[in-house]
Design a binder for this molecule. Sequence first.
Ligand SMILES: *[C@@H]1O[C@H](CO)[C@@H](O)[C@H](O)[C@H]1NC(C)=O
Ligand SMILES: *[C@@H]1O[C@H](CO)[C@@H](O)[C@H](O)[C@H]1NC(C)=O
Ligand SMILES: *[C@@H]1O[C@H](CO)[C@@H](O)[C@H](O)[C@H]1NC(C)=O
Ligand SMILES: *[C@@H]1O[C@H](CO)[C@@H](O)[C@H](O)[C@H]1NC(C)=O
Ligand SMILES: *[C@@H]1O[C@H](CO)[C@@H](O)[C@H](O)[C@H]1NC(C)=O
Length: 315
Amino acid sequence: MTALVLGAVLLILQPQIVPSHPVSSPKVEVPSEAGQKELFRKGSLKSDFQDSPPLNGSSQRLPQTIIIGVRKGGTRALLEMLSLHPGIAAAESEVHYFDWEDHYGNGLEWYLSQMPFSFPHQLTVEKTPAYFTSSKVPERVYNMNQSIRLLLILRDPSERVLSDYTQVFYNHVQKHKPYPSIEEFLIKDGELNVEYKAINRSLYYFHMQNWLRYFPLNHIHIVDGDQLIRDPFPEIEKVERFLKLSPQINASNFYFNKTKGFYCLRDSGRDRCLHESKGRAHPQVDPKLLNKLHEYFHEPNKKFFELVGRTFDWH
Ligand SMILES: *[C@@H]1O[C@H](CO)[C@@H](O)[C@H](O)[C@H]1NC(C)=O
Ligand SMILES: *[C@@H]1O[C@H](CO)[C@@H](O)[C@H](O)[C@H]1NC(C)=O
Ligand SMILES: *[C@@H]1O[C@H](CO)[C@@H](O)[C@H](O)[C@H]1NC(C)=O
Ligand SMILES: *[C@@H]1O[C@H](CO)[C@@H](O)[C@H](O)[C@H]1NC(C)=O
Ligand SMILES: *[C@@H]1O[C@H](CO)[C@@H](O)[C@H](O)[C@H]1NC(C)=O
């Protein structure tokens, strides 16, 4: 239950709206990447397990599937939706095993100790969005299990950049620290600053190539993050099929909340919602700048579509 509550809190995170010149100090419920690291270090993950003794017949298992990214792609939503399935046992916190040297140095036994207790018929899943863009990770995952199934959730790369900025912005607001406007990151000498990390993270083809050196394409299922938000059930059904799970999640597990403008989850009588869009400043990104961003991603997107043999409805 503690885990469910934590999950619900983390769900409130995906800011939809991007302040360009933020003036207000919106209330923030978002544990930032750094915040989550903090949470993790304090051992909240462990205490989750200690709260309730493991059930007879359950044990910790290495993940049979990992949600590898992308940051701000909707990984938390995907994990929560997938967790509706009784055959899924999900690690609540982002484990950061393969991308953080201090964690990786602890070895597989440590990784195993971070996993939830599960029953033999269940699949264990963990999600760490930073894996996708971290160049060392594919080989390390391969060395653990070369037949593992991977889940990757992607959104329109330009939207992802804005969302990425927004998250870091809110992290600063939370700590009462100033943070430059998005233009200061996006523009350099009057041109688009392609060295901005958030832009690099949206070069999906570049990162995907690293993964395809180790894993065949049919072991990596790509979830359309924009579709998942618009109409979650069909996307989740595809994930069930990919993971060879029995079809258990159904359309009535999702209901649209008109006030929020987003889908909520209905899980054996417990309702929880995916987004909190209230109280956030509106985007004020110069349309010309947005256009530049869209144009910049045109070629990389094309390369990505060729790489994966599939197109997405991105700008
Ligand atoms: C688990 O197994 C032990 C010993 O076999 C038994 O004493 C205990 O009651 C069981 N617990 C549950 C929750 O079934
Ligand atoms: C490796 O992953 C596959 C696919 O999920 C799974 O069937 C298998 O049990 C995993 N092997 C180990 C040792 O975890
Ligand atoms: C993106 O970043 C990686 C390092 O993380 C670098 O190797 C690569 O050249 C960058 N790509 C572009 C197009 O700047
Ligand atoms: C959908 O799943 C729930 C359990 O999660 C079940 O109670 C309900 O009958 C299912 N509905 C349909 C239409 O299959
Ligand atoms: C829908 O969202 C509104 C606004 O956040 C909330 O007050 C209400 O409880 C939600 N309704 C349901 C059925 O989830």
